[in-house]
Design a protein around this ligand. Structure first.
Ligand code: SF4
Length: 232
C-alpha cells in the first residue's frame, strides 16, 4: 500500500463511528476542485516517502480500543493492488469496521471487496452527469463508473452517493441529471464546495453555493431520490 498520511481520529468521516482516516497515494481522476491534489500522482516526488504500513498498524495496535473503525480514502484507494489484504488485516487482526471512499472507477475490484464483506460503509462520488464526466476523468472510465453505480444501488451495502457541487460546474439542470441517473439510490448527499487548496488555482477564488441554492438542488434531486441531504 502506498499510504500518504494518517488522521488519528475523526468523528465526521465515518457516520456514527469514531475512525482513524488513512490516505492512499494516487488517483486516476483530475477533479479541478480536488483538495488533496498532492495525493493525485501515483509516484511520490523525489525525496518524499510513503508512510510505512508498519507505522499505521503499530498505531492501530495502541489505539484500537479507542476507535470503532478505519476510513480508507485517497487519492483513490481502489488503485492500490494490495487493498484487499490491507482491509482484511484491519478487519481480522484489529476487529475494526471499515469505511471506503472511492471514485468507483474499478467495478471489478469494488465487487470483489463487497463480496468479501469487507466494506461496512461505502461513500462514492458521482461527480457529474455521465455526459459531463469527461471534465475530470478519462473517457474510458465512464462506463466503469456507471457499472459501479448500478452495482452499489443493487447491493445491500450501507452506502452513500454524493456530489460536491461547484459554482460554474454544477447547476440545477446538472443536479437533475445526476439524480435521475442514480434513481433508486438509498442516500444522496449534496456537498458544498470549499475554495481551499484546489487543484485548479482559479477555483480558489470561486465562491461556495449559498444555503438557498443548495436547498434548490435538494428539492430538484428529491424528484428522483427519497433521501437527499445537504452537507454544507
Ligand atoms: S477523485 Fe478525489 S482524490 Fe481524485 S482528483 Fe478527484 S477529488 Fe481528488
Amino acid at each position: 500500500m502506498k499510504l500518504a498520511g494518517l488522521q488519528k481520529t475523526s468523528v465526521i468521516d465515518f457516520p456514527d463511528q469514531i475512525s482513524a482516516v488513512v490516505f492512499t497515494q494516487g488517483c486516476n481522476f483530475y477533479c479541478p476542485y480536488c483538495h488533496n491534489s498532492q495525493l493525485i500522482p501515483l509516484k511520490l516526488p523525489p525525496g518524499k516517502e510513503s508512510m510505512p504500513e508498519k507505522y499505521f498498524f503499530d498505531f492501530l495496535k495502541t489505539r484500537k480500543n479507542l476507535l470503532d473503525g478505519v476510513t480508507i480514502t485517497g487519492g483513490e484507494p481502489l488503485l492500490q493492488p494490495d487493498l484487499k489484504e490491507f482491509m482484511l488485516k484491519i478487519k481480522n487482526d484489529y476487529e475494526l469496521l471499515l469505511k471506503l471512499d472511492s471514485n468507483a472507477a474499478n467495478p471489478k475490484k469494488l465487487k470483489e471487496l463487497i463480496e468479501a464483506d469487507l466494506i461496512d460503509y461505502l461513500a462514492v462520488d458521482i461527480k457529474f452527469s455521465w455526459a459531463n464526466y469527461g471534465k475530470l476523468a478519462p473517457n474510458d472510465l465512464i462506463s466503469k463508473i456507471k457499472k459501479s453505480a448500478a452495482l452499489i444501488i443493487d447491493s445491500d451495502l450501507d452506502y452513500e452517493l454524493r456530489t460536491t457541487v461547484v459554482p460554474g460546474l454544477h447547476d440545477k439542470a446538472e443536479i437533475e441529471k445526476i439524480a435521475q441517473q442514480i434513481e433508486g439510490a438509498d442516500k444522496f448527499f449534496i456537498q458544498n464546495f470549499r475554495p481551499i487548496n484546489t487543484l485548479d488555482p482559479d477555483l480558489r477564488k470561486q465562491r461556495s453555493f449559498a444555503p438557498s441554492e443548495l436547498e434548490e438542488f435538494k428539492i430538484t434531486a428529491e424528484k428522483y431520490l427519497e433521501n437527499v441531504e445537504i452537507r454544507d
